[in-house]
Write a protein that binds this ligand. Structure first.
Ligand code: SF4
Ligand code: SF4
Length: 455
């Protein structure tokens, strides 16, 4: 493919290692129990509505939003609530979880479980938004921002573009690819629903060139839908050049519209709303099937995992990671580190009994060779980290300022704009731990900015 668009600044080209791309989505069996986190979205934690001893059905509301930026949480299983209390999440933070012992698989009757594709679009935008909100849909591309809030731009702002992120630019991850290949029609209806909710902006689905089958498949499905219903004629599939981090919100907006989000700005400031493939499917299910966000697709992969043990699982949200790992045959020989997510932005798994959350996308096994931290050398001022930074930052300088604790200079050099993509560290010939140092400094900087009195 010639002259494909991509973002304009920085980026790197890691080997994409999509080993599990041909593994169809399998339904993960039900575990004995699940632990449903109250903090699996951006914003205030949800407030539990159930107590030990209550019986619940699949899809039943078990926690209500704890604030404006928050989300409903539903039971992923049927059974009895055993406990409501603090438990460590993946990052080791104590978070309220609802423990449910699984009994049978009894679903809420209001959920349409038929496989029929519903392509007719509701007219009422408020109704669409309410269904998305009531069904607890959040962004599944990483940030887990409540989707109904993102689809309601603040007064004075309008969406010119709805951009669907089908880039899946992180190496190893294949869940979005499988969803595009197996649930593509539902994804397209989900995109059209969000287009309606946003008053009809132009909708572009961006897919990297390393997924040509997904580009062809969605294009074919789209032309079939557009022939039958004009509402689907304003969706476009756009191939993108393969470059990491193409799926970053600001990078995708640049690649697909040429618009640049300013420092500390939001996508809506340039008239864009970005959603990912998993979220778009969840919107379809919420609006057309009244199904809450209780399932997602997760990739189990790694170089040390034989091909027959690679998986893309449809899992119930709240299932412990250890259960998924057992189903996939246990920790493979040669695995030295387990990552939740991709190798560039994922987080090391400290406890395998931590549970999956709405945004869980992968369990990645890394080998000793891959985790080997090579000795750090002195900075040779080669500038490769700055060339690779997609936010136009100077990582070597940020690291130096972070080590000196100079927050005035860190702010001046826009440390808060770091998207934690890891391109700088990936490019550094001196093996400097740029990302880790900058990430901590960014967290401190944001806390300082937030604590300032507002005018
Ligand atoms: S991690 Fe931050 S500083 Fe490093 S390349 Fe990415 S955006 Fe730039
Ligand atoms: S890439 Fe590494 S060695 Fe080169 S300037 Fe950046 S920090 Fe220094």
């Amino acid at each position: 493919m010639e002259n494909l668009s991509t973002f304009s600044i920085g980026g790197v080209h890691p080997d994409d290692r999509k080993i599990s791309r041909d593994c169809p989505i399998e339904v993960l069996p039900l575990p004995d129990k699940v632990f449903v986190s109250m903090a699996q979205h951006l914003g205030a934690p949800a407030k539990p509505l159930v107590v030990p001893g209550d019986t619940v059905k699949v899809g039943q509301l078990i926690a209500e939003p704890g604030g404006f930026i928050s989300a409903c949480v539903h039971s992923p299983v049927s059974g009895t609530v055993k406990s409501v209390g603090l438990r460590e999440d993946l990052a080791g933070n104590k978070v309220t979880h609802i423990e449910i012992v699984v009994e049978g698989d009894k679903w809420e009757e209001s959920i349409d479980r038929t496989p029929d594709l519903v392509t007719e679009l509701p007219e009422d935008k408020a109704w669409i938004l309410d269904r998305i909100k009531q069904n607890g849909v959040v962004g599944l591309g990483g940030a887990t921002f409540p989707t109904h809030v993102k689809l309601a731009p603040p007064p004075g702002k309008t969406a010119d573009f709805l951009l669907i992120n089908g880039a899946e630019c992180e190496p190893y991850l294949t869940s979005d690819y499988r969803v595009m290949m197996e649930r593509g029609a539902e994804v397209l209806v989900g995109a059209a629903l969000m287009q309606k909710a946003l008053d009809g902006p132009r909708c572009i689905i961006g897919i990297e060139e390393n997924k040509p089958e997904a580009i062809d498949h969605l294009s074919e499905l789209l032309s079939g839908l557009a022939d039958r219903n004009p509402a689907y004629r304003h969706i476009e599939i756009r191939p993108l050049k393969k470059k990491y981090p193409q799926g970053g919100e600001k990078q995708l907006i640049d690649a697909l519209t040429g618009r640049q989000v300013k420092s500390m700005g939001l996508p809506i400031d340039v008239g864009a709303v970005v959603q990912n493939i998993g979220t778009t499917l969840a919107v379809y299910e919420a609006v057309q099937k009244n199904k809450p966000l209780i399932t997602n697709v997760l990739t189990v992969t790694g170089d040390c995992l034989p091909v027959e043990r690679q998986h893309n699982y449809l899992f119930r949200i709240g299932v412990p990671l250890s259960f998924i790992m057992e189903q996939a045959g246990g920790v493979p020989e040669g695995a030295e580190k387990i990552i939740s997510g991709g190798p560039m932005m994922g987080k090391a798994v400290a406890r395998v009994d931590a549970t999956t959350v709405k945004g869980s996308s992968a369990i990645l096994y890394l080998t000793g060779e891959q985790t080997l931290r090579r000795p750090e050398g002195p900075c040779i001022r080669c500038g490769r980290c700055a060339d690779a930074c997609p936010m136009g930052l100077e990582p070597f300088l940020l690291k130096k300022l972070a080590e000196a604790g100079d927050f005035t200079a860190l702010e001046k050099n826009a440390v808060h704009d770091c998207i934690e993509c890891g391109c700088c560290q990936y490019s550094c010939p001196a093996n400097l731990s740029l990302l880790d140092t900058i990430r901590i400094a960014k967290g401190d900087m944001l806390r300082i900015i937030k604590s300032r009195p507002k005018n």
